[in-house]
Design a protein around this ligand. Structure first.
Ligand code: DLZ
Length: 161
């Protein structure tokens, strides 16, 4: 989790596996699009920086974070990627909707990790307000899209060891 001591985009590039032979799936939620578009931009920039060819990146969007597990499964089945990155943003509202969406997407992504032979990366922001989300989507705490991409490269290397 991002704190004042942790910038989500801080990492040592030397320690990141090369991505030039990888196929990457990305599923991104349309809800809170201003934020999820920034997460996607960060993830794409980081993947390309580490050698993933653009034509090897397959992106699909879903309406909201709750639909991410289903979308991720479709991406995995359609494109046979080495790893799927899941990007979304759930912001606390006045009702308990937040809890159910967070629970649903977390549980769904966990199940995919256990059921499939590829990793699914949790790049979902769960914040109290829009400002906290902006801080983590290219703001003062960096970009969780970068972090998700770095995690994807590491997990794909582990899977293909
Ligand atoms: C309905 C809803 C609400 C209130 N808030 C969010 C949110 O902050 N982030 C998000 O990704 N999706 C939200 N959604 C939409 C749900 O994820 C889902 O798309 C709908 O409940 C339909 O299944």
């Amino acid at each position: 989790m991002a704190t004042s001591l942790k910038n989500l985009s801080d990492y040592d590039p030397a320690g990141i596996p090369d991505g030039s032979m990888l196929r990457i799936g990305i599923v991104v939620s349309e809800w809170n699009e201003e934020i999820t578009a920034a997460l996607l931009e960060g993830a794409l920039k980081t993947l390309k920086k580490h050698g993933v060819p653009e034509e090897n990146i397959h992106i699909r969007s879903v309406p909201g974070s709750f639909e991410i597990p289903f979308g991720a499964r479709i991406v995995a089945d359609l494109y046979s990627p080495d790893v799927v990155i899941c990007l979304g943003c759930v912001i606390q509202g006045e009702t308990r909707h937040f809890d159910y969406i967070c629970q649903g997407v977390t549980h769904g992504i966990t199940e995919l990790n256990l059921d499939y032979n590829i990793p699914f990366i949790f790049g979902i922001l769960t914040t109290n307000n829009l400002e906290q989300a902006k801080d983590r989507a290219g703001g003062k705490h960096g970009n969780k899209g970068d972090e998700a991409a770095v995690t994807a490269l590491k997990m794909a290397a582990l899977r293909n060891r």
